[in-house]
Ligand binder design. Structure first.
Ligand code: GLV
Ligand code: MN
Ligand code: MN
Length: 426
């Protein structure tokens, strides 16, 4: 077992340090591909995502990988050592290439680029592993465009919910049409599913998105599990009217009701240990300063490591919305868009990852993930393990996201060592 008393030893190999420099340059190059001038926004099935994917495909081919897109637009590159027997398994490495609005450049992209760096290192050595390595860059993890996360990995895992194809984005474009317009093929989703029997596991490197590693002065940490999440759409319906003429007692103000409920969401999150509850989007209609709001559409995102706690919170918030609209003479529609259970990382693969961290001389820290990751979906078809990389101030979903090259080098070293360990074990 790894020794928890080992001092932090951040010096990675020279090869990994060079590779880390390339990873950071590539992250900058990817960040240039955005839907919006002056800030990074790269949602599912957009031309910006396609351009970023093209860059990654080019780097994959330069690294000797066979590369292409699958039916939903995930990019995938495959490298097999010369002479690998048919039927040998595949180790999957990767993360996502989509972003939130006004994003940082490392959430998702770092895991794809570190995976690529690992393959570039492994293929230079003689005597490759007795398995193939595939690098995946998922087309949607954030769920920003359609309010439903993990579209990319759910096709790979065979868990894609086809009812989502009818969902519309803010411009009224149906998901099915966006997929077709970006070159995808929903009829081929089933064929894009990976066969669990072929897979050795899925390993994802990701920025921590929290402050723990920085506080512990550690470059990397091993993830124990990923919190479950529920995403909902909640609509408050009132009656639009004249802001100057309708007396306060006679109003049915949808925004006033929504505001009361948002306060309840925050209070519930604060009251339960480990629970987080967020209203991140609000659309007010008709939306004029002299009109009483007639309709408010909100998003709700609730997370906890214990599924029962999360589900109880969602039920309580639904009941609270019903109480508020009853008291105010409003209507409400509460729709659960997506619920993803909490996932524990796989013990065997995670132990191997811990040993690889220990091998680099870095003290092994274990921490849970409050953020969602593609590994939560990939766990449906194979073993999963995740490595977090320290990020400055724990900041993410923010253009201020930053990582240190030295920490990225440690992550590359760790995953290369993990590949070696897995190779020896076969
Ligand atoms: C993705 O970053 C999420 O956790 O929502
Ligand atoms: Mn992410
Ligand atoms: Mn994210």
């Amino acid at each position: 077992m790894p020794d928890d008393s080992t001092a932090t030893a951040p010096a990675a190999s020279e090869a990994a340090s060079d590779a880390a420099g390339t990873v950071l340059e590539r992250a900058d190059a990817l960040a240039a591909h955005s839907e919006e001038p002056g800030r990074l926004t790269r949602r599912f099935a957009t031309p910006a995502l396609a351009r970023a994917g093209d860059l990654v495909l080019g780097w994959m081919r330069d690294a000797g990988m066979t590369a292409g897109r699958d039916a939903i637009g995930n990019v995938a590159g495959r490298w097999a050592p010369p002479g690998l027997p048919a039927g040998a398994p595949t180790l999957l490495l990767g993360s996502h290439l989509d972003t939130v609005r006004d994003a940082g450049r490392y959430d998702g992209a770092l895991g794809v680029l570190v995976a690529l760096a690992v393959v570039e290192g492994v293929r230079r050595r003689s005597g490759g592993p007795p398995f193939a390595i595939e690098v995946l860059g998922f087309a949607d993890e954030e769920g920003v465009r359609y309010g439903t996360a993990y579209l990319g990995s759910s096709v790979v895992a065979g868990t894609f919910d086809r009812s989502a194809l009818d969902r519309r984005d803010a411009d009224g474009i149906a998901m099915a049409d966006a997929i077709a317009a970006s070159g995808g093929d929903q009829a081929a989703f089933d064929a894009a599913r990976r066969d669990p029997a072929d897979l050795l596991g899925y390993v994802e490197v990701h920025i921590e998105q929290g402050p723990v590693l920085e506080a512990e002065d550690l470059p990397v940490g091993v993830v124990t599990g990923i919190a479950g999440q529920t995403r909902c759409e909640v609509v408050f319906a009132g009656v639009a009217g004249h802001a100057g003429t309708v007396p306060m007692a006679l109003r049915r103000d949808a925004l006033a009701g929504a505001a009361e409920w948002i306060g309840a969401v925050e209070a519930r999150g604060r009251a339960v240990d480990g629970l987080v509850a967020t209203v991140g989007e609000a659309t007010v209609a008709p939306g004029a300063s002299n009109v009483i709001p007639g309709r408010v559409a909100l998003s709700l995102d609730v997370r906890h490591l214990d599924d029962a706690v999360r589900e109880a919170a969602v039920a309580e918030l639904r009941a609270r919305a019903e109480e508020i609209v009853a008291a105010r003479g409003l209507g409400a529609a509460f729709t659960e868009v997506q619920a993803t259970p909490a996932v524990a990382c796989s013990p065997g693969l995670t132990r191997a990852l811990e040993a690889a961290v220990d091998d680099t001389g870095v003290r092994v820290a274990r921490l849970p993930s409050g953020a969602g990751h593609d590994a939560a979906v990939m766990a449906r078809i194979c073993d999963v393990a995740m490595l977090f990389v320290r990020c400055a101030g724990g900041v993410s979903h923010n253009p201020a996201e930053a990582v240190a090259a030295a920490d990225v080098a440690v992550a590359i070293d760790v995953v290369r060592r993990l590949v070696d360990t897995l190779a020896r074990a076969r």
